[in-house]
Ligand binder design. Structure first.
Ligand code: FES
Length: 107
């Protein structure tokens, strides 16, 4: 099972275990990670699951779809080069150790 770490805006780190095939958003909501709202339930329609991927992991994620790209433009917090929607990050053993930073707001 991949382990992923969420870093809150105040620097607090929260490490959780994700199920294989689960999205980072699903793992976060199942483990009560505050800061991931996921209002659309993972359908790539809300951008309230926005995260900043740690630099060293960026190139290891699959490219984003056009829909994800467009939605990120409407995210509440500043969009950065490391921005992704956590519902679109499928977790597998090769992402064990993934680090995701939470934005300061989702709405
Ligand atoms: S949960 Fe809505 S876009 Fe990810």
């Amino acid at each position: 099972m991949p382990s992923i770490t969420f870093i809150h805006p105040d620097g607090r780190q929260q490490q959780i275990e994700a199920g294989d095939g689960e999205s980072a958003m699903q793992a976060a909501t199942r483990n009560d990670v505050s800061g991931i709202l996921a209002e659309c339930g993972g359908n790539a329609m809300c951008a309230t699951c926005h995260v900043y991927v740690a630099e060293e992991w960026l190139a290891r994620l699959p490219a984003m779809s056009d829909d994800e790209d467009a939605l990120l433009d409407g995210a509440a917090a500043e969009r950065r080069p490391s921005s992704r929607l956590s519902c679109q990050i499928k977790l597998a053993v090769d992402l064990d150790g993934l680090v995701l930073n939470l934005p300061d707001r989702q709405l």
